[in-house]
Design a protein around this ligand. Sequence first.
Ligand code: SF4
Ligand code: SF4
Length: 454
Amino acid sequence: MKKVRGGYDIRLAGRPSRTIQQIVPPQRLLLPRRTRRFLFGQACVEEGARVKAGDVLARDGKNFDLPLVAPMGGTVSWTAQADHAVLGELEPPACEEQATPVHAPSGGETAAKRRQLVDLGAWAFVEDAYSGKLPDPQGTPAAVIVSTLRLEPYQARGDVQMMESLLGFIRGLEHLQSLLEYQPIYLLFPNVRSEFAQQVRQQLRGHAWIKLVEVPLLYPHDNMLLCARRLGFRRDQIVWTLGPDAVLAVDAALTHGRSVSSRVISLGGPGVKVPVHLRVTFGHPLEELTAGRLEESECRVINGGALNGYDATAAGQLGVDIECQGLTIVPENVERELLGWTRPGLDRRSYSNSYLSALRGSFDERMTTAMRGERRPCISCSFCEEVCPTGVMPHLIHKLLYADRLEDVERSRVDLCMDCGLCAFVCPSKIELREDMHEARRRIETELHAAEEH
Ligand code: SF4
Ligand code: SF4
């Protein structure tokens, strides 16, 4: 196992507490047809059709016909909102016990079990470590990595998701093992002692086939690509990766023969009055979720965490999609803070501890969308290099890219970058290093290698 390097304990205000709030089901559901990885382009029911909870609304033909499942019964409209399946006239949700389960395959029917995971939508929660894509459900992975933690600020916490059903989580792991021949299952675990961690360890006794991997509580050491690399898996190997909610979805599909219709997400960030975890039905309108919960009238709703999320409004997203892990709410600063960098910075933290805030001791910074000063040239502080967990030198790549020295950019191993965004987060000059990494990879592909082919 390779040594851990880099990472950072990002301290931002507005982290949700560990409690999970139940919320009133909405009047209608707005299910995005496009998510980070999927496009449910093939409609399976007609406009105006009446569907039951669990019926297939649409499929993603490019991803093993993965279904978009109706979380509740209702009337379907494809035209009411662009790029969304709208479910109106909703039926009251049935209790889990009352829902009619479909047959859950048993024994050695591995192929049937895997097919069932796809048919019930649980496979949507699985990701290949290197490509980030949906792996072939009938393929043979080199290993399975399950993470119990999420370290990016404002993503739903792994322990909170597991806390709801620890037994279901353990059963889900057992189901996963039944899908494999001899491949190992690694369970990423925080390297701290807590009551909950103790409880999980207790439950895992007698499961010698699970290999515990301790991970420091520094972002991005929960990153699956990074973990696969540390465990010695190569880029050309398929490694299935799952979070706690994915394992629970596997349990729901293979123990109860049900698809999941909701998930625990976080509603966090400095723009929220009381940051919380919520159990939400897929398609819950974002506007209803945030109504009455925001600090200010102008806030940006980010789908995902503080470093890797995307602007949900700009993407035209109206409801919670099936891949959503959390919503980050950031107050919108319409005005740039003029010469913000000249201020002593009692209210902000920096990686270098150079602001006056260093005198305040431990505190969580309040994040906004403001630039807080101008972009400046690189000052060669090497902070980006220090935090990078993959050993890439972002400042060097930034300079080589600027000088158009693409061959040297490639030699600097930009291909190792796994897009965590930490270098850009700590950079005191506010250089968009993550964008630079994207641009470098894109240009190597399109200019360097395309030129070689001709
Ligand atoms: S270079 Fe890539 S891997 Fe390294 S910190 Fe930046 S985004 Fe993360
Ligand atoms: S953190 Fe920013 S300023 Fe410092 S070396 Fe890296 S790119 Fe340059």
